[in-house]
Design a binder for this molecule. Structure first.
Ligand code: ATP
Ligand code: MG
Length: 306
């Protein structure tokens, strides 16, 4: 059925919507001056390349998982503004029924903000690029760290480790908190750090109680021009924006199996397709990957994905 088909492109431009941006996963359209349609497709990327085919329902799952986190954040940190307006579609007569069916559950209406040019990363465990830097220099994003840390070790306290937001095709660059303050200003940087650590800590404890370790995650923030307050935007705390580890397989001193993309990455490597453009996953790779996303969703929300 059409439900089993991955949606890798969404055309609203021919229905009169202006496209604001197209990322690796999302398509963003303008509803009105203040509001965007934030649409997650079923596209998936690995090793910085977007696969030809997608993972059926992945976009809807990411959107619903983000919505779940936004609800928890609104409840536990009521003073933090977020961009979420609604998880339903606007009553915009320009959207034909067949497109409505494609957008359903994968779309959020969000308030549009100028975006701070920072990726606000929080790390609770030392892995990935932070582990590489630590091994080479004993620092993480330029910050001196205690000696003797092991790969994947839980940090004494979560660290705010910002990076630049690279243009399409470029790589983000890890930067120090001091450099971040030069980019967005001292006061804004301090707020972004404080809020990011709070959201990470509440999410980490929530997820750990449900069998998932959030090793690290990336937030983005906008700035409300009316109040000069920071606003949490983008997707939040999904497997695409975070490293999720199965808690029962966690072991210090080695790299961990990534929750979602491990099967795909292993297949890309063993089939000689790693880093190549225009590669399509075989059905079993797409199915295994879809299953991991569903598992993360059901552990975190307590509900089966359907
Ligand atoms: P990737 O996440 O794959 O690295 P990406 O982040 O560039 O790529 P997507 O996740 O597909 O792309 O699209 C999200 C884009 O939308 C980001 O560039 C983000 O900064 C922007 N964005 C998120 N929320 C808002 C908002 N409320 N207003 C304006 N732009 C937003
Ligand atoms: Mg993104």
């Amino acid at each position: 059925s059409s439900q089993d088909q991955a949606v890798v492109a969404i055309d609203l431009e021919s229905h009169g919507f202006k496209k604001v941006a197209s990322g690796k996963v999302r398509e963003i359209f303008e509803v009105d001056e203040h509001t965007l349609l934030f649409v997650a497709t079923d596209r998936i990327s690995a090793y910085d390349v977007i696969l030809e085919n997608g993972i059926p329902a992945k976009g809807a799952l990411l959107t619903q998982l983000s919505a779940h986190w936004f609800a928890l954040i609104h409840e536990q940190l009521p003073s933090l503004q977020t961009h979420l307006v609604s998880t339903s579609l606007p009553r915009d007569t320009r959207i034909p029924d067949e497109i409505r069916a494609l957008l359903d559950r994968r779309t959020m209406q969000v308030r549009r903000y100028p975006i701070l040019p920072l990726e606000s990363i929080v790390r609770g465990y030392i892995t990935g690029s932070a582990w590489s830097e630590y091994k080479a220099k004993g620092t993480v994003h330029g910050m001196p760290m205690p000696t003797g840390l092991q790969e994947s070790q839980k940090l004494e306290k979560p660290l705010w480790t910002p990076s630049t937001k690279a243009e399409a095709g470029e790589h983000d660059e890890n930067i120090s908190p001091e450099r971040a303050a030069e980019i967005v200003g001292e006061e804004v940087a301090r707020k972004v750090e404080e809020v990011s650590l709070k959201v990470y800590e509440l999410a980490h404890d929530y997820a750990q109680a449900r069998g998932i370790l959030i090793a690290d995650t990336k937030f983005e923030f906008g700035l409300d021009p009316a109040t000069n307050e920071i606003v949490l935007v983008d997707e939040v705390l999904t497997p695409d924006s975070s490293r999720f580890w199965p808690a029962d397989q966690y072991e210090v001193g080695r790299s961990q199996v990534s929750y979602d993309k491990q099967y795909l990455r292993d297949w890309l490597t063993s089939s000689g397709n790693k880093g190549k453009q225009g590669v399509a996953m075989p059905p079993e790779v797409a199915q295994e990957t879809a299953e991991k996303y569903r598992e993360a969703y059901s552990k975190l929300t307590g509900q089966q994905w359907s």
